[in-house]
Design a protein around this ligand. Structure first.
Ligand code: SAH
Length: 231
């Protein structure tokens, strides 16, 4: 299994942040339909309590979205797991992994760390500077050196690093921004919530290698909005 080791400091925790709480979360993901064992192992091992305020630590391993300030949320673990396995699955048929992955909406940094434990290179863009600053501190504390992050409007993607084998959006717009789609490799995979605040669908878009895209709907989700400009 191609999982990068997390340093020992990542595994410290007491009570509700203990390994037992993480095991319970991993089991509940399995029971609710997450099938990729690599994803379940990473979620078991990433210390989600590092990504939220201390006052919420007792709820870190509940399967629920939690506030991270600035009106934003850390996504529900089940949604992180589902999006991650949906992004990796098409690569299984090719017996490979995406090498270069772009995330739009760093937020707490949790989804970025889950991905960075699985793929060689993770790029992430966040429009709110203070959230990005905190996320960067967490990346450093966890000793992850394969994440690059940028303060910018993620609707623009990260043109200098394109193309990406996989792209994940963790905020919902009414459509996938065309500049982001243009940065997907010809046989790349993109996973994103799309729709209005009251009705969003998780979409997976795959390049067919010849310039066309195949689109699938993966179910209803609820994300904060994809906004324009930087905060
Ligand atoms: N992946 C995050 C989820 C955070 S919520 C996590 O694991 O915690 C979505 C994030 O997307 C918010 O932090 C929000 O500020 C950010 N966002 C919204 N629109 C954006 C845009 N245009 N560019 C970059 N980030 C954006």
């Amino acid at each position: 299994m191609n999982i990068h080791p997390l340093p020992a400091s990542a595994f410290r925790g007491e009570g509700m942040t203990s390994q037992r709480a993480r095991d319970r979360l991993a089991n509940s993901l399995k029971e609710s339909g997450i099938r990729d064992p690599r994803v379940i192992e990473v979620i078991r091992n990433v210390p989600r309590h590092h990504f939220i305020d201390q006052a919420l630590h007792s709820r870190a391993y509940e399967n629920t979205a939690l506030p991270i300030g600035h009106g934003q949320t850390i996504s529900q673990p089940w949604v992180v797991a589902r999006m991650t396995e949906a992004l990796l699955e098409p690569f299984d048929a090719r017996q490979g992994m995406p090498q270069k992955v772009l995330e739009i909406g760093t937020g707490s940094g949790y989804q970025a760390v889950v991905l960075a434990a699985l793929v060689p290179q993770l790029f992430t863009v966040e429009r709110i500077e203070e959230l990005l600053r905190q996320a960067r501190r967490r990346f450093r504390q966890l000793g992850l050196s394969n994440i690059r992050s940028r303060h910018d409007d993620g609707k623009l993607g990260w043109p200098d690093e394109a193309p990406f084998d996989a792209i994940i959006l963790t905020a919902a717009g009414d459509a996938i921004p065309s500049q982001i789609l243009a940065q997907l490799a010809p046989d790349g995979v993109l996973v994103a919530p799309v729709g209005s605040p009251s009705s969003q669908t998780l979409l997976r878009i795959r390049g067919d290698g010849k310039g066309d895209f195949i689109q699938e709907e993966l179910g209803a989700v609820s994300f904060v909005p994809l906004l324009g400009g930087i905060g």
